[in-house]
Design a binder for this molecule. Structure first.
Ligand SMILES: [Ca+2]
Length: 108
């Protein structure tokens, strides 16, 4: 990956980026906004995931007040079963939701 892109995300967030690059930067910064709250700063705990789902994906997934639902999503996302959701596992969720949105918009 081009280092200038990574550099610009972290040091010059206001630099002009293409829409897709802005989307990638948001994907990264949103993860770290929640992963940095408690415990390992590079992974999401169940509490951090719940906050992310509620605040960032509430419109798509519905409010995550149901603990059973949060537990299930967490278990599904934690592919390597280490009790945390890392960046790759989080990106998988976003990619799946993005694919569902694309299917919705391209459905004939
Ligand atoms: Ca994991």
């Amino acid at each position: 990956m081009h280092m200038n892109f990574l550099f610009s995300i972290f040091f010059f967030p206001k630099v002009i980026m293409s829409g897709l690059q802005q989307g990638m930067a948001l994907l990264i910064s949103t993860f770290h906004k929640y992963s940095g709250k408690e415990g390992d700063k590079l992974t999401l705990s169940k509490g951090e995931l719940k906050d992310l789902l509620t605040n960032e994906l509430g419109e798509i997934l519905g409010k995550s007040n149901d603990q059973t639902k949060v537990d299930k999503i967490f278990k599904d996302l934690d592919a390597n079963a280490d009790g945390t959701v890392d960046f790759q596992e989080y990106v998988t969720l976003v990619a799946c939701l993005t694919m569902l949105c694309n299917e919705f918009f391209t459905k004939k």
